[in-house]
Ligand binder design. Structure first.
Ligand code: PXP
Length: 302
């Protein structure tokens, strides 16, 4: 197998997603980011030595970066809980989403268990092939569940009882000690930790100091605004994204993203993962969940 064939095999192998996220300069720097640690040396050497010039250029321009889609299926559980019955089952929904190409399944186990239940998270852990991303508050009860179930990733979010959905990012600066305790406990359990933050440079700085693996930028404001105001918020998000990548944290984004507004966010350099729920589930009512996920994947990877 020549180097290019080797690269192609490595690149497209699902078990090796790390290659898809590495900006080339990081490879040249010797793989310093936390994510790079899992890139095996022979693959790095193969890439460094025989990578053809044109492929190298495309890589440098971010042409190989694949943005992964985490499908948030909380709303499936919301419909079930409206009747306190057994259908629709989010576990079934996760399988349908995977068929459509979901790279991850995201669920929020809220303190009040208003939609996703402990049983859902346990069954998802046992059944899905995609990555399981558990959104959670810095709450001891939910932390114990998370450390027992051990999702691939936990995303720490703020939580208020009265809110309809997560409002605003986590205030890391205001509760550094608690966030650090939860982050360390999750890490100890083998769970990668992402922090859901407003595009605020001071909060991102604090996330880096705490050793977060990833930051998910809250795109809610961007989604609500139009015209010049949306452009201005996009600029704020781009600056925040740069800081996250510079800090060797994986760049994620989510909240309020739709088929219509996702492209400018998906094409931000270094974007790794988008978590999208409401828009996909809304479309799924009409076209089915597998098709809705397929269409969103096509939008973000076009
Ligand atoms: N990311 C986070 C951290 C969230 O809390 C939510 C909402 O649960 C989402 C992404 C998905 O947001 P939406 O349903 O608006 O796509």
């Amino acid at each position: 197998m020549d180097t290019q064939e080797h690269f192609q095999e490595v690149f497209f192998r699902k078990s090796s997603p790390f290659l898809t996220i590495l900006p080339y300069p990081l490879l040249e720097a010797g793989g310093k980011s936390r994510y790079n640690e899992e890139l095996c040396i022979s693959e790095m050497e193969a890439l460094d030595s025989g990578f053809s010039e044109s492929w190298r250029k495309r890589w440098k321009k971010g042409g190989f970066a694949m943005v992964e889609l985490g499908v948030n299926i909380d709303h499936v559980a919301t419909v079930r809980e409206a009747r306190k019955t057994t259908e629709p089952d989010p576990v079934w929904a996760a399988a349908m989403a995977e068929l459509g190409g979901a790279d991850g399944i995201t669920v929020h186990l809220r303190e009040d268990r208003r939609h996703i239940q402990d049983r859902d998270v346990k069954l998802l852990r046992q059944t899905i092939q995609a990555r399981l991303n558990l959104e959670m508050a810095c709450d001891s009860g939910v932390l114990a569940v998370a450390c027992g179930i051990r999702p691939d990733q936990a995303t720490l979010v703020p939580e208020k009882r009265q809110e309809l959905t997560t409002e605003g990012g986590l205030d890391v600066l205001g509760q550094k000690t608690r966030v650090k305790e939860v982050l360390d406990a999750l890490r100890e359990a083998g769970v990668r930790v992402s922090l859901f933050l407003d595009p605020d440079l001071a909060q991102i700085e604090a996330a880096g100091e705490l050793g977060a693996d990833a930051v998910e930028i809250h795109t809610g404001k961007y989604a609500l605004r139009q015209g010049a105001a949306r452009e201005a918020e996009l600029e704020v998000i781009r600056r925040a994204a740069e800081r996250i990548v510079e800090g060797n944290m994986a760049l994620h984004a989510g909240h309020g993203l739709t088929y219509h507004n996702v492209r400018p966010i998906a094409t931000i350099p270094g974007m790794r993962e988008l978590n999208i729920g409401h828009s996909i589930i809304a479309r799924a009512l009409f076209v089915g969940l597998t098709e809705a996920v397929r269409e969103m994947k096509a939008r973000i990877q076009a």
